[in-house]
Design a protein. Structure first.
Length: 223
């Protein structure tokens, strides 16, 4: 390391602790806030293609389960880290494992092979999906959502890309029009609902899903 590098590193060391004390993650936990040894084993499994025995807390079970997984990809989604794992028993089945739900992990000596076609299929699924709850073979639809004529929305969608197919334009009234090619699923429905000011222009399938949510909410809370 040269003297300039040493100086920069020293400055970082001096600022590191004050910076952490001056930073607050509102309602959030850093996705990398995992036990160091555990996280090291998880990444080793991913990079070196070693099988991983984990104790995992499933969402639909009170007791954690033990399973062996073969991590193919690491995914960051909504500030949470997930593994996309390949099933050994079923060649067409891939599943997500949420890293923060891994209670224990043990690296096994056995390795697994990443079939290029299978990895390509996983990558295609990740590119085409809007969220991790979409079907394993997502069917994209053209989604068009209109937002009020306000520079705020244009800036938001320039700053943040919710999908790689995202495009923005303006209609004759100056409204911001966002378009994407994504599957219609619970992740997309929840995303639209998070924008009360948004209006879905198309497709009709997404409009019907939103109407169903509205009917459910009306039954719960009345008009």
């Amino acid at each position: 390391m040269d003297s300039a590098g040493e100086m920069a590193y020293g400055m970082f060391e001096d600022l590191d602790e004050p910076f952490e004390k001056s930073t607050f993650l509102l309602g959030d936990q850093h996705p990398l806030a995992l036990d160091g040894d555990l996280f090291n084993d998880l990444l080793t499994s991913l990079v070196k293609r070693q099988k991983l025995k984990i104790l995992y807390q499933k969402g639909n079970s009170e007791k954690p389960v033990e399973k062996v997984v073969c991590p193919a990809k690491l995914v960051l989604f909504k500030n949470e880290l997930y593994f996309v794992c390949m099933s050994e028993s079923e060649g067409k089945w891939d599943f997500f494992v949420k890293l923060c739900r891994i209670l224990k992990a043990e690296l096994l000596e056995d390795t697994f092979t990443s079939n290029p076609k299978r990895v390509a299929r996983i990558e295609k699924r990740l590119i085409e999906s809007f969220g991790i709850l979409d079907a394993s073979n997502p069917k994209p639809h053209k989604i068009v959502v209109r937002f009020p004529a306000d520079p705020y929305y244009k800036l938001i969608f320039i700053e943040k890309k919710y999908h790689n197919s995202q495009k923005i334009s303006m209609d004759k009234k100056g409204n911001i029009v966002l378009s994407m090619n994504v599957p219609i699923g619970i992740d997309l429905v929840n995303w639209v609902l998070s924008w009360p000011e948004a209006v879905v222009v198309e497709p009709k399938e997404l409009k019907e899903d939103l109407r169903e949510v509205a009917r459910t909410l009306t039954k719960k809370y009345g008009i």
